[in-house]
Ligand binder design. Sequence first.
Ligand code: FES
Length: 321
Amino acid sequence: MSFFSDVERDLVVAARTPLADGVVALDLVSHNGRDLPVWTPGSHVDVLLAPGVERQYSLCGDLHDRSRWRIAVLREDAGRGGSVRLHDEVVEGQRLRVRGPRNHFAFEVTPGTRYRFLAGGIGITALRAMVATAEAAGADWTLEYAGRSRATMAFVAELTAAHPGRVTVHAADEGARLDVRALLAQPRSDTAVYVCGPTRLIDAVEETLADWPPAALHAERFEAREFGEPVWPDPFEVELALSGTTVVVEPGQSVLDAVAAEGVVVLSSCRVGTCGTCETPVLEGAVEHRDSVLTPAEQAEDVVMMVCVSRAAGPRLVLDL
Ligand code: FES
């Protein structure tokens, strides 16, 4: 089951807890003590730090504890500044504006399915609730958890202690590297693979699963995919079916910006194709999908597109805007 909520709320930081070197957990509660909305494994929220400064974080706390949401923030000194602000400036008792939750990485246990979870570094945050759900359902699951060292890997002690036969730690400083090709060499129709982590890990899993059934792979990227030049290099028209207007999208301009210039606002957050917030229904036309959210099968349907990065693959699109 997936959730797509665009509701914004001010939440209070109830606790800050160091989880690993460079990783801090923030527990967020409502200001009046009321329960927070339910969420599903794979969900994330947008933390709105300032106008135009938003960051996405997976919910990684207890699914059944409605009193709080937990996010875990990896400090990225070479990043765009959001994680450093959350590490250095946010204190207990402070309010944070939060939007969501949304889920583009949905997980459900299906009887007879084996689950292979692969986490790289902070990618464990998106998988932790899936692991708990698979375990509670009595599913056949394993987790391969890769990182630089155990000291930098959030939840590593907890996971290995609770599930010694199912969790394998691949800490680079112990010489235990994750060999994706060896692990997933044999295509299996009864296995679902869930991966979250750095681009190189997800790319390696995608490559390895090339001969597997397409539905086997479930990936969430924190970093945007790289693309070459657009396949349709010229301006293209976008008809907005609900608004009754047509806008021209110039080369180098996003559909999101072009429609905003006409006064049609599409909610957006990451603006690089990783969060799914700007998902927009497509009524007609071929899309060149340049996002990192939709699966190849979803992209092939051309039913929705991420208008912050995806473009027309021809002269015209009709969107349900
Ligand atoms: S705003 Fe995040 S995918 Fe478009």
